[in-house]
Write a protein that binds this ligand. Structure first.
Ligand code: 13P
Length: 257
């Protein structure tokens, strides 16, 4: 496999409604995911479908992730799921701090706690960051930097190679149009530079590459531009990840990008 493969994540959100349908989507994705050798594909179904989807994946090209974990390891927390449970059900990744969860009250401190727990349990965190508004004064630049700093608080340098950052401008999530590729490029540079400075990575003996993905209205028509001109290391895909044909097209385009 290429040194830095593209990472394409499907965030199924609260879909589909049945196990049969979840298996149908997973099987539809599996074939292409195992063909495209320059791409790592991660399917993130609702937690109840984790085992079923993981039994079809978890090889070096195709993995399963969950969309959330709780901030505690076990105990009296009705309805919650721990990092260990997710790992035990077959998940290898976890989406943390998605804007839809932040909107439900998840703070930077909660996001950081979940990241630390994920790392302890052997889950690789996909950390979502993103500004509410892309304002003309550039305030979003400091918003993004602050989110990166807060998310990575107390994350040890040895764990940095396990981290994936997903930049999702909130205004582009579930919208008609993605961010343009040039602006994605500016943001991926800013995020990489923020982490390089934070961990003084230039001074580390081994080169460490932190994948920075883009998310928000990704489809087969904008995939190539975001990955090439936008220099994103991969994509976090919402709606189009539920359609195995469209998602497979995205995987093939990413493989060729
Ligand atoms: P859409 O691709 O549907 O805009 O969703 C993006 C997203 O939130 C992925 O996590």
């Amino acid at each position: 496999m290429k040194k830095n493969p593209k990472i394409i994540v499907g965030n199924w959100k609260m879909n589909p409604q049945t196990l049969d349908e979840a298996k149908r989507i997973a099987r539809g994705v599996k074939k292409t995911a195992e063909e495209v050798k320059k791409v790592i594909t991660i399917m993130c179904p609702p937690t109840v479908f984790t085992s079923a989807v993981a039994s079809l994946s978890n090889n070096r090209y195709l993995y399963t992730g969950v969309q959330n974990i709780f901030t505690e390891t076990h105990g009296a927390y009705t309805g919650e799921i721990s990092a260990d449970m997710a790992r035990n059900a077959g998940a290898r990744f976890v989406i943390v701090g998605h804007s839809e969860r932040r909107r439900m009250g998840e703070t930077d401190a909660v996001v950081n706690k979940k990241i630390l727990l994920a790392l302890t349990s052997g889950l690789n965190p996909i950390i979502c960051i993103g500004e509410e508004n892309h304002d003309r004064d550039g305030h979003y630049l400091s918003v993004i930097k602050e989110q990166v700093h807060a998310a990575l608080q107390n994350v040890a340098l040895v764990d940095i190679p396990r981290i994936v950052i997903a930049y999702e401008p909130i205004w582009a999530v579930g919208a008609d149009k993605a961010m343009n590729a040039h602006d994605v490029h500016v943001m991926t540079i800013l995020i990489r530079k923020t982490i390089i400075d934070l961990y003084k990575l230039r001074k580390q003996p081994k080169q460490i590459h932190i994948p920075v993905l883009y998310g928000g209205s990704v489809d087969p028509t904008n995939t190539a531009g975001i990955l090439t001109e936008g220099s994103a290391d991969g994509l976090l895909v919402g709606r189009q990840s539920l359609d195995p044909k469209a998602f497979s097209d995205i995987l093939r385009i990413a493989n060729a990008a």
